[in-house]
Structures are given as C-alpha cells and as structure tokens.
Design a protein around this ligand. Structure first.
Ligand SMILES: [Zn+2]
Length: 80
C-alpha cells in the first residue's frame, strides 16, 4: 500500500541530496508537497512519487520495529 495514511502523522526526515541537511515534516506534508527548498543550500528538491514512496516505505518499516522497542525502553529514570 503506497503512501499509507497511517503514516500521515509520522514525522519524517528527508535529506537534501546536495548538502545533506535534513528537514522534518509529517507524512501528510510529503504526500501533498511537490518540491522543497533546502534551508541550507537553497537547492530545490523535487519530491517525485518514487522519492515519496521510498520515504514512506522506510518509515513504514521503522514504525513497525520501533513500537516494540519503545515498550522495552520504557524504564523509569534512575533515582538520585
Ligand atoms: Zn541542501
């Protein structure tokens, strides 16, 4: 399922292919966005469908794996 709606509220990081600066937007932003101007090098990146697909795919896998991890990592902070 491409560009899954379950990822609309997931914050995704896309990295500029020129300078590597990352920017974070929720999934729904990527779904409707056509291009993004990098705040570092001012290069316009065209957010083509294959790029969106790759991004969504990456986060679809990450969110599946991270849910269980978050549960495990939920330990109380040490007392001081
Ligand atoms: Zn850049």
């Amino acid at each position: 399922m491409p560009l899954s709606e379950s990822l609309h509220s997931v914050e995704m990081e896309f990295r500029c292919s020129v300078c590597g600066l990352g920017f974070v937007r929720p999934g729904r932003w990527f779904k409707s966005a056509a291009q993004h101007r990098c705040s570092g090098c001012h290069q316009i990146t065209y957010l083509t469908y294959p790029k969106k697909l790759a991004l969504f795919d990456r986060y679809a896998k990450q969110t599946k794996g991270s849910v269980a991890k978050d549960e495990e990592a939920r330990t109380p902070p040490p007392l001081q």
